[in-house]
Design a protein around this ligand. Structure first.
Ligand code: UD1
Length: 418
């Protein structure tokens, strides 16, 4: 297990190219199961991506990476079971369910592992797949899924726009018989990216103006290539890391239109932002100003994944900030670690009240989850003295070359083996 040692207090300056989106590439890798041969460009190098490769190869597929491009050949697929150790490696492995069941007419998967963000139920995934004709039986921690005859399109209204459930329905519905309509689906850019990938492969998917997704089942999908969209959460994280140090950064390979809910919050903190083409330029404030109210919401609202780095930024604001976490019940674990660095955070259920302090101080802190871990590094970059950030395997699930990127901007951060 490795850890980061960070000496805080250096302004970050420079340019950074943002990698492909984790939350896009994972469902797209699951979608490759529906196609004989796919090539995916801008595929980030992340442990969650490796976990997806492991699932694919375990099912008998061939995965070859050349630089940022990955080809997946599925003709050799010879199984429909995803064993427990692979399901536990990555929480979002559940998105393979829709694809495996569509490809094989059955699937056996272990329940995905418990989660650091609180209970992460999959009831919407399962009830939606049942509507498409999947029979699901639970057996000793495994889900035995079978399709009697064939998958059939259905109208599904999601009570909450779950990202993963929307993806699972899309994957199962592409080659189902007839039309599937998803009311109140998730509208995240990663959903649109998955739809674009599937469309390129011949799927008939249409996203209506109110977000409703219409899928006309086709017999077969065909070999295709696709370039994954840039990671908006990695971009938001590096913007917070720069802002907290009062630095200046130019992010390249980004889609600023995916960050419209994040920009006003950074501006409220006193950042100056300029977007041009696929770039974002940020100039951080001397000291961040407090944030009146940051409420996480399904897209196009403020992303829950950016809540923790934004909380880190608010820790040294010149006043009191309020954050409200509306997506996950238990997404403030990083707050306890931030208080070890001198932050003043009061939690009351979904609400966090952050009283800004003039300075944080270095401390030994433990990553609690992916984005929470990134938030601790963000705070450590601005803290006085040295911080030790452990359990960075969480960070490596979703950020490629995190320490290297920060170093390239002038941060003093090194990765050491414990
Ligand atoms: C995805 C993202 C994750 C992000 C989240 C919310 C990926 C790989 N992960 O996760 O980074 O934080 O969207 O934007 O894309 N829920 C249920 N029942 C279900 C499914 C979800 O109650 O069957 C609840 C969850 O407990 C949670 C909320 O719905 O409270 C949002 O979950 P969901 O949108 O499904 O998130 P994920 O797809 O897990």
């Amino acid at each position: 297990m490795s850890k980061f040692i960070i000496d805080g207090g250096r302004k970050l300056t420079g340019e950074l190219t943002i990698h492909g989106a984790k939350n896009s590439v994972l469902p797209i890798l699951a979608a490759t199961l529906l196609i004989d041969h796919s090539t995916i460009h801008n595929c980030p190098s992340l442990t969650d991506v490796d976990a997806s490769f492991n699932i694919l190869t375990n099912l008998g597929c061939q995965v070859v990476r050349e630089g940022n491009s990955v080809t997946v050949q599925t003709q050799g697929m010879n199984g429909c079971t995803i064993p427990e150790h692979l399901m536990r490696e990555m929480r979002s492995s559940i998105v393979f369910l829709g694809a495996v069941v569509a490809r094989c007419g059955k699937a056996v998967i272990s329940m995905p592992g418990g989660c650091e963000l609180g209970p992460r139920p999959i009831d919407l995934h399962l009830s939606s797949l049942e509507k498409l004709g999947v029979t699901i039986k639970e057996d000793h921690g495994y889900l035995n899924c079978t399709v009697e005859d064939k998958l059939r399109g259905a109208t599904i209204s999601l009570p909450f726009p779950s990202v993963g459930a929307t993806e699972n329905i899309m994957l199962a519905a592409c080659t189902a018989e007839g039309e599937t309509i998803i009311h109140n689906p998730a509208r995240e850019p990663e959903i649109v990216d998955l739809a674009n990938f599937l469309q390129r492969a011949g799927a008939r998917i249409h996203i209506g103006e109110n977000g409703t997704i219409y899928i006309q089942g086709v017999k077969k999908l065909y070999p295709t290539e696709h370039t994954v969209i840039p990671d908006r959460i990695a971009a938001a994280t590096y913007l917070c890391c720069t802002a907290i140090t009062g630095g200046e950064v130019l992010l390249k390979n980004v889609m600023p239109q995916h960050l419209t809910a994040v920009f006003p919050v950074l501006e409220e903190a006193g950042c100056r932002l300029r977007c041009a083409g696929g770039t974002i330029h940020l100039e951080g404030p001397q000291r961040p100003r407090p944030l009146r109210m940051v409420r996480t919401m399904p897209y196009p609202g403020f992303p829950t994944d950016a809540q923790s780095p934004m909380m880190a930024l608010s820790c040294i604001a010149s006043g009191t900030s309020v954050l409200v976490e509306n997506i996950f019940e238990n997404r403030y674990k990083h707050a306890y670690e931030l208080t070890r660095m001198g932050a003043r955070i009061h939690l009351e259920g979904r609400v966090a009240v952050v009283e800004g302090v003039p300075k944080l101080h270095g401390a030994r802190v433990v990553c609690t989850d992916l984005r929470g871990g990134a938030a601790l590094c963000c705070a450590a970059l601005a803290a006085e003295g040295q911080s030790e950030v452990t359990k960075i395997n969480h960070i490596e699930r979703g950020y490629q070359d995190f320490d290297k990127n920060l170093r390239s901007l002038g941060a003093i951060i090194k990765k050491v083996s414990e």
